[in-house]
Write a protein of this length. Structure first.
Length: 336
């Protein structure tokens, strides 16, 4: 980089420091693989549902970005596969989509989070394929890391049948995963709504085939995270700290937190940058709320763009949003 360009970049960074955050912090890649979903929840930030097209980000695109990130020292080595509902891939004859991607990602030592609403547990055909797949992915990759991936289930008052679906999935995993490496199940809900987790535990305690033990694991922060271990083969990690942001359909809910405009909630609790790729061909920073900081991941021919170019564009776009935000604030001061 030429001296003049360096001085220019330094000056811009001083004026609009969000660029430093986007350029320098480690990043997590999230793939919102589809907008199709069995449900139509009133709080859905993605406005997902059965009326959305059953299209998925091609597996090759996700593999391409996995490879690109693996050679980037800024990559936090964490990925999320979500939707809409990613397990709907089984319904639409893409039976290998989840195992192919999950194995590809975890084989590279990347920590993976698979988010699902669990609706598929109510369908025998899907259940008998998905549960063994989840167990195989875990077993096959347990040599890479002790808990190769976590399965995230939402437990809240908005998802239909959340308590029943979560309970059935845990029972199925506990039954089929006996004497195999432990599967980590993240049970997540909204702040102040952990009563439903107690109901889940009570339901599990009432099942005579289930034995629950308490354990703790250390978080990156050094804090101990409590776990409930089911039959020594499924570990439940509850977390009820999520905030419901007024994005997507959630903007119609009076209890949703209004999003700042523009939002700079672009980091997770470990101060990693969140980069979310979606099926519409966009990469967005951070939470699903407020004015988005978005650039395309597809080029004009529909092919995936280079990851470094996307990251450079995100820096520019975030700076633009911060500038806009500053101008709005200035205007408010003058109007006063
Ligand atoms: S919140 Fe989840 S389960 Fe509900 S419609 Fe959206 S993607 Fe589907």
């Amino acid at each position: 980089m030429s001296k003049i360009k360096q001085v220019f970049e330094y000056a811009i960074d001083r004026l609009l420091p969000v660029g430093v955050v986007v350029r320098n912090l480690p990043y997590v890649m999230i793939f919102k693989t589809t907008h199709w979903c069995w449900y139509n929840c009133p709080h859905c930030c993605e406005s997902a549902g059965k009326n959305r097209p059953a299209e998925f980000i091609p597996a090759d695109v996700i593999k391409y970005y996995t490879d690109a990130a693996t050679s980037d020292p800024k990559f936090a080595k964490e990925m999320v596969l979500t939707g809409g509902e990613i397990m709907a891939s089984y319904k639409f004859d893409m039976k290998n989509y989840v195992p192919e991607l999950a194995n590809y990602i975890t084989e590279r030592g990347i920590r993976l989070d698979i988010k699902t609403n669990g609706a598929w547990i109510r369908n025998k055909d899907l259940r008998t394929k998905i549960v063994p797949d989840l167990i195989n992915i875990n077993e096959r990759n347990s040599g890479q890391r002790r808990l190769p991936y976590q399965l995230s289930l939402s437990l809240d008052k908005y998802h239909p049948n959340a308590l029943e679906n979560t309970y059935e999935i845990i029972c199925e995993l506990a039954r089929r995963n006996k004497n195999k490496p432990t599967i980590l199940v993240h049970i997540s809900g909204f702040m102040g709504q952990d009563k439903i987790y107690k109901e889940l535990l009570a339901k599990l305690f009432g099942n005579r085939n289930i034995k629950i033990e308490e354990a703790f694991i250390a978080a990156k922060s050094g804090n101990a995270i409590p776990l409930h271990v089911i039959n020594r083969c499924v570990a439940l990690r509850p977390s009820f700290g999520a905030v419901l942001f007024a994005g997507g359909r959630a903007q119609n809910l009076p209890e949703a937190t209004p999003a700042a405009n523009p939002t700079f909630e672009i980091l997770n609790q470990d101060a990693d940058l969140l980069m979310a790729f979606d099926g519409a061909g966009n990469v967005t920073l951070g939470e699903n709320s407020g004015r988005k900081i978005t650039v395309p991941w597809r080029d004009k021919d529909g092919n995936p763009r280079d990851l470094p170019a996307i990251r450079r564009d995100l820096v520019q776009r975030a700076r633009y949003e911060q500038l806009r935000h500053n101008m709005i604030n200035l205007k408010k001061i003058f109007v006063k």
